[in-house]
Design a protein. Structure first.
Length: 101
């Protein structure tokens, strides 16, 4: 097999896109709006305006998708969020769900 044939053969490799997961925040009556905004900015790297809009969406609709990430990133962000919420005495509920394609 020549070098040219090897290169052509390698170009035919198909890569599968990773599954994406939605990170979802749920509204509760105890977690402050300020804390949610802080988490959205600190953990999810949202701007102040975007964090405020997402917080209001969660508050008004009961839940909202905060972002879409690969599994490892989503589960890490959820874990960090839950840890910070617990440290601050808030019952903030955060979860992930696999995105439908």
């Amino acid at each position: 097999m020549s070098l040219k044939e090897k290169i052509i053969e390698k170009n035919n490799i198909k890569f599968k896109e990773p599954n994406m997961y939605n990170v979802i925040f749920f509204n509760d009556d105890y977690t402050t709006m300020e804390f949610v905004v802080e988490i959205l900015m600190r953990v999810f790297h949202k701007s102040l305006d975007e964090a405020n809009n997402l917080m209001l969406l969660v508050h008004n609709q009961g839940k909202a998708i905060i972002g879409k990430y690969t599994y490892d990133i989503a589960i890490t962000k959820v874990s960090v969020t839950k840890k910070l919420a617990k440290q601050n005495g808030f019952p903030l509920r955060v979860d992930i769900e696999k995105e439908d394609k």
